[in-house]
Design a protein around this ligand. Structure first.
Ligand code: XBP
Ligand code: MG
Length: 265
């Protein structure tokens, strides 16, 4: 029997995983950009839930136009219009982060610190704009986390965004690791599809308000959050250590059991 690959790196998604950024962050920033241009558009929480089917802010704007504003004049240089609108949105999003509007999710900073102490390498694989990642790591943690991640694969650097596997394949390439040596942490079905497409079967999902009801069958462990001492997380699918805390020993057990295709972490 070949030796099981040890867990060498954690690859984190950003939006919905490191921080709950969509409802009160990106959505608000989009609406601020719309009003800056006097467009009269308002992405409510319900409309945004539907638009989240499409990853990438520029792609989401285009999806919105096609689905909700087919009447919007297409004679303009639509790509330039969307790019300008998205730049304005990104500025608003970064300002929200600078004001501390979006904290990291429970257990994120703790787990990152534990992984570093255990010599486990850290990477990011995200659809979001790199500027957003830098601002999140700079302003949303107790201490700036920017240099904790050896690899940050983000945004338009790949031809196809999640659910395509491209961004995870790029992160693996830049880490110089095989999928069997890594464990990915995601929040959404698009993210899980991207992981599995990149061969990353060792996978943990932390759901949020927008993704709670998505189909995560086949994901070895789904929890409501990573847990903090005194704030235990809850397993929605799969088994959890009694502590109710996602820590490095649990992730190592999860990784080994997935690789052995043992269904119980
Ligand atoms: C989530 C996304 C991003 C954000 C918006 O990314 O789909 O597009 O919603 O960010 P992930 P941008 O879950 O992969 O971190 O407007 O910068 O795209
Ligand atoms: Mg996400």
């Amino acid at each position: 029997m070949t030796a099981l690959a040890a867990l060498e790196a954690l690859i984190f998604d950003v939006d919905g995983t490191l921080a709950d950024t969509e409802r009160d962050g990106h959505r608000v920033a989009f609406n601020l950009a719309f009003s800056e241009l006097g467009l009269g558009w308002d992405w409510t929480e319900e409309v945004y839930a539907a638009l989240l089917a499409v990853t990438g802010g520029k792609e989401r704007i285009r999806f919105f136009l096609d689905r909700y504003r087919p009447d919007y004049p297409r004679d303009v240089d639509l790509q330039a219009f969307i790019a300008d609108l998205h730049r304005r949105k990104t500025r608003h999003f970064v300002e929200l982060l600078q004001r501390g509007a979006i904290p990291l999710r429970p257990g994120v900073e703790r787990l990152l610190g534990e992984a570093r102490a255990a010599g486990i390498r850290l990477a990011i694989a995200t659809t979001t704009t790199p500027e957003n990642v830098s601002a999140l790591l700079q302003y949303c943690a107790e201490t700036p986390l920017g240099d904790w991640f050896e690899v940050i694969a983000a945004g338009d650097v790949v031809p196809a965004k999640k659910p395509a596997p491209d961004i995870y394949l790029l992160a693996l390439e830049e880490l110089g690791l095989a999928p069997e040596q890594c464990l990915a942490l995601e929040d959404s079905d698009n993210g899980v599809k991207a992981c599995l497409g990149a061969g990353l079967r060792s996978l943990l999902v932390t759901v949020n308000g927008y993704t709670r009801d998505q189909d995560f069958s086949g994901v070895p462990l789904v929890v409501d959050h990573l847990g903090e001492p005194g704030r235990p997380c809850r397993a929605l699918h799969g088994e959890l250590a009694p502590a109710g805390l996602i820590d490095v020993p649990l992730l190592r057990r999860l990784h080994a059991q997935v690789l052995r295709q043992d269904p119980r972490p």
